[in-house]
Design a protein around this ligand. Structure first.
Ligand SMILES: Nc1ncnc2c1ncn2[C@@H]1O[C@H](COP(=O)(O)OP(=O)(O)OP(=O)(O)O)[C@@H](O)[C@H]1O
Ligand SMILES: [Mg+2]
Length: 359
């Protein structure tokens, strides 16, 4: 077994009168890689710090490896944290930076050497062990910070935006390294980020957090294909999902398109009578129409050529714009009028008042 089972049970956190976390729960399995994704200020770091014991919860319980941890000191929780500012000791060599935590814990010398060697092998740091942090690149420093966490052989890693100080290219490279690292050590990991690509690519399961609540907990594909709330729908996916208010017919089995025609739904929404809905459509699920049936027209206002894909933006009525994704080979220009079709199997329908998914 590598890594502990972590249970977050109804955790709530207030700072004075401000509610920052509103009672969240999740079971994190042994060896699972969980990513918490959400906008700035939604409570991600606070939750991670509660798990680490650096912050106390106002209510609720944290269990690690089957034991309740609320009263356990951070140093006794057997978890290692990796932060955005790697906080290496500037005057120590890489070797000493990695060994320091073990020395403080009075680990025998031979054991320290073996563990540091193993971590250096995993992270490809062997040639750099005698350098100090200022003689390293940002990516190498981040690797040392991870090395320092690995040598402790903790039962869980907590990562708080560990890559956000790196440039875009290095971020991609380190993201792959973190994934490989997890595949080799299999330590339970909780990784906080507001970068959705990082979240989608690293996560076994994803928690999308919004204003102190868990809006959706699921695999990346589940979150992408069936977002549980309007917030998740708008947050996951690039370019963002088109979300447009539409009228639902009284029978609950069709929505009204901008040109006034009705688009039949894949199912009848029985509990949705007389409610106002928002309809979500991913840019890749709106395609060029073959015939007239179910087709509507959109004038092209803006074209973005990305190479493999071309993004086309245009109005569909006085208020609403659509973004659609066409193959890069398709020639289209401003002023063209496209005839479009929406795949009804791919619609996401939300209650406008509550924001909850209803299909
Ligand atoms: N010690 C504190 N006292 C009062 N409010 C706090 C304290 N720490 C955090 N907060 C507030 O709690 C909320 C959540 O903060 P947190 O740092 O958890 O957000 P986050 O999701 O990690 O954001 P970011 O992506 O910007 O790091 C914020 O509104 C923040 O201002
Ligand atoms: Mg944070």
């Amino acid at each position: 077994m590598n890594g502990a089972h972590i249970r977050i049970v109804n955790i709530r956190k207030n700072f004075g009168k401000i509610i920052v976390i509103e009672g969240v729960s999740c079971d994190i399995r042994e060896s699972e890689f969980i990513v918490i994704l959400g906008p700035s200020g939604c409570g991600k770091s606070t939750l991670l710090r509660i798990i680490a014991g650096l912050e106390t919860a106002t209510e609720g319980e944290i269990h690690i490896g089957g034991k309740i941890m609320n009263q356990v000191e951070p140093k006794d929780r057997n978890i290692a944290m990796v932060f955005q500012n790697y906080a290496l000791y500037p005057h120590m060599t890489v070797w000493n930076n990695m060994a320091y935590g073990l020395k403080v814990r009075k680990t025998p010398r031979a054991e320290i050497e073996a563990r540091v060697k193993k971590a250096a092998d995993i992270l490809g740091l062997n040639g750099l062990m005698q350098r100090t942090p200022r003689e390293l690149s940002g990516g190498q420093r981040q690797r040392v910070a991870m090395g320092r966490a690995i040598v402790r052989e903790p039962s869980a890693f907590l990562f708080d935006e560990p890559l956000s100080n790196l440039d875009a290219k290095l971020r991609v490279q380190m993201r792959l390294e973190i994934k490989k690292l997890h595949q080799s050590v299999r330590t339970t990991s909780i990784y906080v980020t507001h970068d959705q690509v990082e979240a989608m690519t690293l996560a076994d399961r994803l928690i999308v957090m919004n204003a102190g609540k868990f809006d959706h907990v699921g695999t990346p594909m589940d979150v992408y294909e069936r977002p549980a709330t309007l917030f998740v729908a708008g947050f996951i996916g690039s370019p963002a999902m088109n979300i447009i208010p539409m009228e639902l017919c009284p029978e609950g089995d069709a929505v009204k398109l901008p040109d006034g025609s009705w688009l039949p739904l894949a199912e009848r929404l029985v509990n949705a009578r007389n409610i106002s809905v928002m309809v979500g459509m991913r840019p890749e699920h709106i395609t060029l129409a073959e015939g007239e049936r179910g087709a509507f027209r959109m004038p092209v206002e803006l074209v973005e050529v990305l190479g493999a894909d071309t993004l086309v933006h245009g109005p569909i009525d006085g208020e609403n714009q659509l973004t659609i994704r066409l193959p890069g080979s398709y020639k289209v220009g401003r002023g063209d009028k496209l005839k479009l079709h929406i795949n009804p199997d791919k619609l996401h329908i939300f209650d406008r008042a509550t924001g909850m998914r209803i299909n």
